[in-house]
Design a protein around this ligand. Structure first.
Ligand SMILES: Cc1cc2nc3c(=O)[nH]c(=O)nc-3n(C[C@H](O)[C@H](O)[C@H](O)COP(=O)(O)OP(=O)(O)OC[C@H]3O[C@@H](n4cnc5c(N)ncnc54)[C@H](O)[C@@H]3O)c2cc1C
Length: 276
């Protein structure tokens, strides 16, 4: 049986004091990764700090600069937030792809990126939207571009004592089509075997792919061919994604299958979002 201390925090200062206490102290948001990981032996937590009740982390707003999503906001709340649906539906797609309705009622965007699975469904859309991660600690705040936030499987740029406060999606928004597609084993509740986000910006495109490298990555070779060289043959462009990835074989799929599926999903994404 697991044994740990549970503290429901009421303000950020309390969080910082507790997080500074030791290595085995974990923030608890929805708990949908953390509790499963603890039962599976991934985390040996001595203390869980429940951050869901903190008002500072419940912010969900749009202003003249963009959209801010607090670390305690659930994926269902994001999916239903009108400015997200209207301006950045690719993020609504990514959030909606996570697990089931009941999982999304607890799970947060911050938890999804802090868990840092290469297959995290929200990561690729955030990479296409140039999101940044607002980090807070007892020593102050800092913002990290989403592309620098992931440093390896299960690893992030967070330092000891740091907490994600919010995720920010800046204006201008794409004003064009974006799609997030996921190949998974069951087609229902399962992590992505491959996840692909394609967001067009006028005649330009941004593409990010998940579950095919140690971290989510931008498909820079495809972007370069389309954006700089004017490639319009989407099948040719999609092949170039192989230069940007290093998939592995695991229980969800083989390396070869991932190479194949990522190319298929990038081609389909280009067909759906780009004008010929
Ligand atoms: C049945 C099931 C199906 C799932 N399906 C999918 C899926 O299809 N796609 C997918 O991407 N994921 C899936 N997941 C994983 C999980 O639901 C998501 O990653 C979820 O978004 C995690 O959010 P959370 O709030 O529950 O995080 P938690 O479990 O609370 O936390 C996850 C990690 O992040 C840390 N953390 C949380 N918040 C912060 C913060 N603000 N600052 C710093 N560290 C923090 C925690 O300490 C922990 O290490 C599934 C999980 C389950 C149980």
């Amino acid at each position: 049986m697991l044994s740990y201390e549970y503290v429901k925090c009421t303000d950020l200062n309390q969080v910082f004091q507790l997080m500074d206490k030791g290595e085995q102290v974990y923030p608890l948001a929805g708990g949908t990764d953390l509790m499963v990981g603890m039962r599976g032996g991934k985390y040996a937590a001595k203390m869980l700090i429940d951050i869901k009740g903190l008002e500072e982390l419940k912010v969900l707003k749009e202003d003249e600069k963009g959209i801010t999503i607090g670390a305690a906001v659930t994926l269902n709340e994001i999916t239903l937030f009108a400015p997200v649906q209207k301006n950045i539906p690719i993020l609504a797609d990514g959030c909606h792809s996570v697990g089931s309705y009941s999982i999304r009622n607890r799970a947060t965007l911050a938890g999804n990126i802090c868990n840092a699975s290469p297959a995290a469904d929200t990561a690729a859309p955030l990479c296409c939207l140039d999101a940044s991660v607002n980090i807070v600690s007892s020593s102050g705040t800092r913002a990290v571009p989403i592309g620098e936030f992931f440093t390896g499987p299960g690893k992030t740029a967070l330092q000891k004592g740091e907490l994600v406060q919010s995720i920010f999606i800046p204006k201008p928004y794409p004003q064009a089509k974006g799609v997030y597609s996921k190949a998974s084993r069951t087609g229902s509740v399962d992590l992505a075997t491959v996840g692909v986000a394609v967001q067009s910006w006028g005649n330009q495109v941004r593409i990010a792919v998940g579950a095919v490298a140690p971290t989510p990555v931008r498909a820079v070779s495809v972007e370069k061919a389309v954006n700089e060289k004017g490639e319009k043959d989407w099948a040719n462009a999609a092949k170039l994604v192989h230069n940007d990835i290093s998939p592995i074989t695991d229980l969800r799929g083989s390396r070869e299958y991932r190479f194949h599926m990522v190319e298929v999903l990038v081609r389909r994404g280009l067909e759906q979002t780009m004008e010929v």
